[in-house]
Design a protein around this ligand. Sequence first.
Ligand SMILES: [Zn+2]
Length: 309
Amino acid sequence: MSELKGINVVWLSETDLTNLNAGEGESNYIDVKKYKKNGIEYPYVSGQAMRFYLREAIRRNLNNDEYMCIPDDKGETCGDISKCINCDLFGFMTTIKGKGAITRVSPVKVSPAIGLFSFDENSNVDFLTRRHRVTEGTKMEGDIVNVEMGTNIYKSGISIDLLRVGAEEKIDEENRTADIEDKIDENEKISRIKKIIEGIGFISDYSKQARLLTDFTPDLVVISLQNIYSHRLQKLFELNEEGELNKERFKEILEEVSKYSDKLFFGMISGILKNEDAEFVKNTLQEKNMEIKTPKDAIDDAVAYLSTQ
Ligand SMILES: [Zn+2]
């Protein structure tokens, strides 16, 4: 564990027709968040929404003796990183009695989920009836809401700064040096890191999920346990508009990240990549004495490996 500095996870997830982060509020037109590249619109799910999904996935699977606070009505959290998994992993900005306002930068970086295919070619507007109570005690009435929806493959990723899990930076004012001070023991630290990885396999809690059931867990996932802190793995998968993998890119990034990774875990289900690309990935990994399992097995293997550290 002491050798490991960073963990990166990058994954692709194919969605059915859905709207993953519908705009909030009461408007009757609910659109999908989009970004533009070369004048073409692509859907995305914000990094903030992804953090929320991951956090709630971890919260749902807590044991009885584990604690994650819930923000108060001002959005402030408890700020006790030794006790609270939420404040430790996801950071906070809060006011603590006697200490004033303090901020913790999250040791878990979460990327937005980026749709890889253009929105226009893969979208629809659907009509849902939204039911609401007009006034207290009267019957439910419905109105029609237009919900923009699309199918796509989304790319998401996280990066964990292992030194900062359960730890705080201490600045020595006199010598102008900084040191990392652990607030939890090694077992607790590994337990929290495992929860993040496991959480990815359980991500749910999407907007509009009450109406639109979709699976947003990884269909293709890679987890790197690295002895340096780097985000490089996030560039591993590039698909063109036809869904074809950039094979050269895959090889190059794999080559680089392998150099500073103790271990890489791969998981894939069939159909997420074109057959030819899936074969290429399998063969490339085989040449490097790595194997590819299902996403669930890859996550389980990474978690099991961390237990031995
Ligand atoms: Zn807290």
